[in-house]
Design a protein around this ligand. Structure first.
Ligand code: MTE
Length: 155
């Protein structure tokens, strides 16, 4: 399984802030799938830069983004991801929000999207370390099966 992790953050990409959520996603993936190949990118909250990172990562089985899903003026990760995808995967986004709501009411403020571009599954996580750890616990169990299905393998 190949996983591309994209941190979307103006401050992290400018080096003003240490990216902690991207490494946390990587750590969670590797703890569940030790043989996974994980690569990471950090980009600012700019649609063109996010799209370029998504394009560059589209050969992966999964693209997991973190950050830019909220309601601040620069949060554009969901719209940019939706424009990049050719199919929707609403159950994943709905489940991440539902499970996150059990931890914090602020989960309502995450507009995270999930979809597919070809056989690549793209999922937006919020930007906090706590959020990505929870989100990985939620989608971790279905990742392997999802990859098999996108490759056209039966049950
Ligand atoms: N979901 C979980 N599980 N844990 C969290 O701490 N933070 C929320 C929400 N979802 C959070 C969460 C907050 S405070 C915000 S503002 C939104 O995600 C959007 O976060 P983002 O803009 O960093 O993507």
């Amino acid at each position: 399984m190949t996983v591309a992790v994209i941190t979307v953050s103006d401050r992290a990409s400018a080096g003003q802030y240490e990216d902690r959520s991207g490494p946390a996603v990587e750590q969670e993936v590797l703890s569940r799938y030790p043989s996974a190949q994980v690569r990471r990118l950090v980009v600012p909250d700019e649609p063109t830069r996010i799209t370029a990172a998504l394009e560059q990562s589209s050969d992966a089985d999964f693209i997991l983004t973190t950050g830019g899903t909220g309601v601040s003026p620069r949060d554009v990760t969901p719209e940019t991801t939706r424009a990049f995808c050719d199919r929707e995967l609403p159950g994943v986004a709905e489940t991440l929000r539902a499970e996150s709501l059990k931890e914090t009411a602020n989960a309502m403020l995450s507009r995270g999207y999930a979809g597919l571009r070809g056989t690549c599954i793209v999922v937006n996580f919020p930007g906090s370390v706590a959020a990505v750890r929870l989100c990985m616990k939620v989608i971790g169990p279905i990742m392997e099966h999802a990859v098999a299905m996108t490759r056209g393998q039966g049950h």
